[in-house]
Design a protein around this ligand. Structure first.
Ligand code: CMP
Length: 143
């Protein structure tokens, strides 16, 4: 069983897409084991996106992700990292397939609604940045 980190970004929250993202995660059969609405501080944003520090879009990425509330989640399930990336679609919404969240709801790479960890290593790092172990709950899904 894997865990991955998912975040509905400020544009997803402002456009009223929290429920749509949650619905797709649940109907796929993944399990949400932690969730909170929060504002991301500049410090947390810079840690979360550390791998993009040298990219030309880094400053706009930081100001965007700190521009309004996000919904952070820990999602659990078989191959959760891969399954979640498939649900979300390609980073650039122009290339994301219809049926994926970005394919269905976004047009702009900088406003792509949702983040999902790209590897197990990233998932562990990102989960530990946003959640304490006590905030991650355990229960059985009734499928
Ligand atoms: P995310 O999956 O959250 O991970 C890194 C983010 O950087 C990515 O989604 C995009 O929103 C953003 N990003 C990647 N490439 C670009 C780009 N060329 N211009 C602006 N933002 C980008």
């Amino acid at each position: 069983m894997e865990r991955t980190f998912v975040m509905v970004k400020p544009d997803g929250v402002k456009r009223g897409l929290i429920g749509e993202v949650i619905k797709r995660i649940e109907q796929k059969g993944l399990k949400i084991v932690a969730m909170k609405m929060m504002e991301v501080s500049k410090e947390l944003a810079e840690k979360h996106y550390a791998e993009h520090k040298e990219k030309p879009f880094f400053q706009s990425l930081i100001s965007y992700i700190t521009s309004g509330p996000v919904v952070a989640m820990v999602v659990e399930g078989k191959e959760a990292v891969k399954v979640m990336r498939n649900l979300v679609g390609k980073t650039n919404p122009i290339e994301a397939s219809p049926g994926t969240i970005r394919g269905d709801f976004a047009m702009d790479i900088g406003r792509n609604i949702v983040h999902a960890s790209d590897s197990l290593e990233s998932a562990e790092r990102e989960i530990s940045l946003f959640f304490n172990e006590e905030e991650i709950l355990s229960y059985e899904r009734a499928d």
